[in-house]
Design a protein around this ligand. Sequence first.
Ligand SMILES: [Cu+2]
Length: 151
Amino acid sequence: MKTNGVRLLVVAATLLTATAGLTACGGGGGSGSMDMGMGMGHEHMHQGAPAAPDPVADGARTIRVVATSFSFAPSEIRIDAGEEVAIELTSEDVTHDFVVDGPPGHVVAAAAGETATGGLRIDDPGDYPVYCSVSGHRSAGMEGVIVVAAA
Ligand SMILES: [Cu+2]
């Protein structure tokens, strides 16, 4: 009898510990959420907390971009090679992000109705496609381009 009681307590304590562990894991909102375990098959994005924005350099020129399902405004951004800019992304509906197709990749993500800013610099002139990496958004047309002019 006494043994059973103890065993129950141990089980209860184990459950509590497991629950606390899960809560702590999800609550941090930290960047490196690589083992979320929810396994939806999205290799390029993390469900839940968006990835942390790239740091903004001192003196960066701010470029405002409004994201809605499924487009960026403006969809074409012109910068100079080597210019430090800050992409100030505002989402008017659901979570969107701003990703360069190729280095430097992910710049910033904005949660629904919010604004977030990420730094960006591209050293080589050219046209760089940008897109939203939220599942299904790019294929729905959520793309743009960064035109990098020779400085
Ligand atoms: Cu999107």
